[in-house]
Design a protein around this ligand. Sequence first.
Ligand code: HAM
Length: 424
Amino acid sequence: MKKQFQAIRGMNDILPNETIHWQHLENTIQNIAHQYTFQEIRFPIVEHYELFQRSVGNVTDIVEKEMYVFEDRNGDMLCLRPEGTAGCVRAAIENGLLYNQIQRLWYQGPLFRHERPQKGRYRQFHQTGFELFGSAQPAADAEIILLCARLLRALNLIDHVTLEINSIGTAEERAKYREALVAYLTPLHDQLDADSQRRLSTNPLRILDSKNPDTQALLKNAPTFNDFLEEASIKHFETVKSLLSKANLSFTINPNLVRGLDYYCHTVFEWTTTQLGAQGTVCAGGRYDGLVEQLGGKPTPAIGCAFGMERLLELLENKPDTAHSDVYIAAMDENAFMLATQAAESIRSAHPNLKVYVHMDASGIKSQLKRANQHGAHIALLIGEQECAEEKVTLKYLQNEQAQAQCALNQLSGFIGEYFEKLL
Ligand code: HAM
């Protein structure tokens, strides 16, 4: 036996019975993006490694230990994109999309992180991201968060998630806060978990994110961001909060919310659920006013977020109808294929919204009807010897008690139309 290949760990096939749910999610997202006048942008999966070092940050988990990095044949250090914002900003600068204008972009696609796979955490996963460039107004923060809420509502998920927000201020405010946090935690060094001990000298703000209960207990009396925000930052955050409240959106303020990527400032937020175990964040984002300049563009304020598609799908209970076909055409023998194909094509021309399936392998009526039922079909067309001789088809109704009928090929689309019109 020849060797069988397996997919790479943490990288999943999306099978036909799942793609239907993906399409439903993608369509819903597209509608919301249109409603909020975001335009789609597509950019490559492979980028220069340095792009992420400079944006996401050298001492973040993503860059330190999760990237798929490789040298290509030219000797360039490239990587599979671990997130979308940096590539989106790179593409927007390179193509002059940010010049003196507000730009609203959205994207969708695969990302790659070499994390330990578990439910809700994969090495190839998919995000839909929204990025709004050119506005420093709190209204832009609210616009992005309200877009998220509308999408979650459209998916009937709003009651399953909680919105947490925080302000991490400006770079200067963060530097002062970092100093105060280090001063508070240094004497407690030995009581911190190993990861936090390491972070104390590399990226101390990430200690706030620690899942370790002992570390969290130590943080109870630590200084918070709030103590270090100056007037302008406080005002910005207050306005964001009141815009959300005015829109009747409930949220909680999580003073320990810092996010794991270095480019954020001011408002940061996460939508989380308790229904997915440890991987409960379905959407995350924030403001990143310094990033465009950091990547070589003109100073441009920006805010954005990204949804984890796999997590949204795992949360979706009311998956859409998975009927495989509406009309199932059962050809009983090889001679019947001619009439079956003609029948299928005439229905497809007359009723473009119906799903019409032709069984391509002559087999018994019983097994074909069984399969038609598995498809969730409404009508099975039976075409056997007698039908071929008389140039007719037999219609068998599978979802109600309606009596079986026969009709000529040229009457077929009328019969089909009459049935499905009644369903609407
Ligand atoms: P992030 O928090 O790294 O942010 O990822 C956003 C979302 O992607 C997460 O909340 C989660 O739903 C999903 N996600 C992340 N890693 C995995 C994984 N290994 N498996 C499955 N899902 C995952 C960003 O990527 C930022 N670029 C978001 C952003 C856009 N900020 C501003 N604009």
